[in-house]
Write a protein that binds this ligand. Structure first.
Ligand SMILES: Cc1c2[nH]c(c1CCC(=O)O)Cc1[nH]c(c(CCC(=O)O)c1C)Cc1[nH]c(c(CCC(=O)O)c1C)Cc1[nH]c(c(C)c1CCC(=O)O)C2
Length: 337
């Protein structure tokens, strides 16, 4: 939390996107036979899965175990998460008529989120819990395409061809996302991360015109709580400055842009999170440490303690959990001040 506020820290804090999940045998064990979205609705299970990587890796933060499509499911969208594929939407949103199915999210739609966050905050003590949600563009991409997409062609066709419908769609999603984050913050989450995983598919002008207003609406909606707001996407080198301007306090960076370059793009007053290439974890320990040290050195360009160490994207299911635990220890030792 001090790093989020760019205050002095004893060492650089570290957590991993997707630290909970299939890389951990204890996760596979408790999830056995329970579909992904159902597991997100069982508070005791959510608590256990969220705590697993904190216990094992000694990371400095917990990330709430849920999924970006949980609020969509909660308002009645027919969505499922297919193993090895990702979220699949039975009836994609393509017309003004379809848009009516996206009703506002009320806290009563997600009582299991409030309960799970409450259980976790009690258990975590001084370790912060990071809440999260999907950003309007990434959620819109799943809703319009009907599932994961490489080129986002239907999404972009709507964005370029029906700008009013598109604006209405991302505006509704901004409200749903804001409501989902508020539930987590009010239940005790210490910080929030807005995942815009697929926004790197856009050119800066299109981002500024068609996406930034909706993302900014989300950041504004939670501004008064004073909790740090992290914003992350993949392949966003050209968007980093704008993603900061949208209202993030900390900008997440993937491995394609060194943190010293990212610091220039994001500008003063904001922190950075990242950005070790997840694939580095498959190399021998010495190589992992060399690459991790490069990340720590590049972060010094910030001139403040506003760096949170993370991977440039999520933990991969085939990763060796012990390599992740070793990396946490290394980051703590190599950055000790
Ligand atoms: C794009 C996206 C999704 N979900 C999420 C994003 C943004 C982050 C990113 O860019 O990776 C966010 C997410 N999903 C999950 C978390 C949990 C917290 C954590 O980071 O540990 C978080 C933060 C759990 C999950 N969400 C999912 C799993 C795997 C489910 C399983 O165990 O089978 C987990 C642990 C399912 C999911 N859900 C989604 C995908 C692409 C998948 C993977 C599908 C697959 O490969 O099987 C959509």
């Amino acid at each position: 939390m001090r790093a989020c506020r760019q205050e002095p820290v004893p060492h650089t804090p570290v957590w991993f996107m997707r630290q909970a999940g299939r890389s951990l045998p204890e996760y596979l064990k408790v999830r056995e036979g329970i579909p992904m979205l159902e597991s997100c609705m069982r508070p005791e299970l959510v608590k256990e899965i969220t705590l697993q990587p904190v216990r094992r890796h000694k990371v400095d933060a917990a990330i709430f175990f849920s999924d970006i499509v949980v609020p969509l499911k909660a308002i009645g969208i027919d969505v499922d998460i297919k193993p090895g594929i990702g979220p699949v939407i039975a009836d994609p949103i393509r017309t003004a008529e379809d848009l009516r199915r996206l009703r506002p999210l009320e806290p009563d739609d997600v009582p299991y989120i409030t309960e799970a966050v409450g259980l976790l905050v009690d258990e975590l003590g001084s370790t912060p819990l990071i809440g999260f949600a999907g950003a309007p563009y990434t959620l819109a991409s799943y809703l319009v395409e009907g599932g994961p997409s490489k080129n986002h062609e239907n999404t972009k066709a709507m964005m370029y061809g029906q700008p009013e419908l598109w604006a209405a769609l991302v505006d509704r999603l901004a409200d749903i996302t804001s409501a989902f984050l508020k539930v987590q913050i009010e239940a005790g989450a210490s910080a929030v991360q807005l995942f815009d995983s697929w926004v790197g598919s856009l050119a800066p002008d299109d981002y500024r015109r068609s996406v930034m207003p909706a993302s900014a609406k989300v950041f504004d909606a939670v501004a008064d709580y004073g909790v740090p707001r992290i914003h992350f996407g993949v392949g966003t080198g050209e968007l980093l400055g704008l993603m900061g301007q949208a209202g993030a306090d900390i900008v997440g960076v993937d491995w394609r842009v060194p943190l010293n370059v990212a610091a220039e793009r994001v500008g003063p007053g904001k922190g950075l999170q990242g950005n070790l290439d997840p694939a580095v974890l498959f190399a021998p320990t010495k190589a992992v440490e060399t690459k991790a040290r490069e990340v720590l050195h590049a972060a010094q360009a910030l001139g403040t303690s506003g760096h949170i160490f993370n991977l440039g994207h999520g933990v991969l299911p085939s990763m060796d959990p012990d390599a992740l635990s070793r990396l946490v220890e290394f980051v703590h030792e190599a950055s000790a001040r």
